[in-house]
Ligand binder design. Structure first.
Ligand code: DLZ
Length: 163
């Protein structure tokens, strides 16, 4: 029953478990599709690179980031066998408060769905001041947050499965 963590320095960013036993869903928002398409490609490539089977990855598109948590809820209800859901979107600051409402809603929604189902629901949503910041984080100079979301999903699925 009792498990002790080793020295935390043993848990580097590069230690990613084998993803082959796990089932994933990816929900991706169509708003800012050029960006979210890159996030999606990064996430999918990483899942496959760490051993996830194509047949075990279910992908759905939703209109905007606001819809991501609803999609996660539907996915987990229809497919209780899923081990993790990755939500990908990009919200870019505009002139109105729409940005704040969408960011708050998706962050809270994703959290609630994950807690409700006791399953990892990963927040892979860029929330940026402008388009360039988003490009930089979707395969640009700051990497690809889609990759990071996939790795987080694998680590969390593994953690839940091996408790
Ligand atoms: C309406 C809207 C706006 C203004 N901006 C974005 C955005 O930057 N990123 C995004 O993913 N979605 C945006 N949306 C759409 C909302 O997420 C949502 O699809 C609509 O409000 C309908 O519920």
């Amino acid at each position: 029953m009792a498990t002790q963590l080793k020295n935390l320095s043993d848990f580097s960013h590069t230690t990613v478990p084998d993803a082959s036993p796990y089932k994933f869903a990816i929900a991706v928002a169509e708003w800012n599709a050029e960006i979210t398409g890159s996030l999606y490609n990064g996430a999918l490539e990483k899942l496959l690179a760490y051993g996830a089977k194509e047949d075990n990855i279910l992908s759905v598109a939703v209109p905007g980031s606001f819809e991501l948590s609803g999609a996660a809820e539907i996915l987990l209800n229809k497919h209780p066998e899923l081990d993790a859901v990755i939500c990908l979107g990009c919200v870019i600051q505009g002139e109105t408060r729409h940005f704040d409402f969408i960011c708050d809603a998706v962050a809270n929604g994703v959290t609630q769905v994950g807690i409700k189902h006791a399953k990892p629901v990963i927040f892979g949503v860029l929330t940026t001041d402008d388009q360039q910041q988003a490009i930089d984080r979707a395969g640009g100079k700051h990497g690809n947050k889609g990759d990071e979301a996939a790795i987080t999903a694998i680590k969390m699925a593994h953690m839940a499965a091996t408790l």
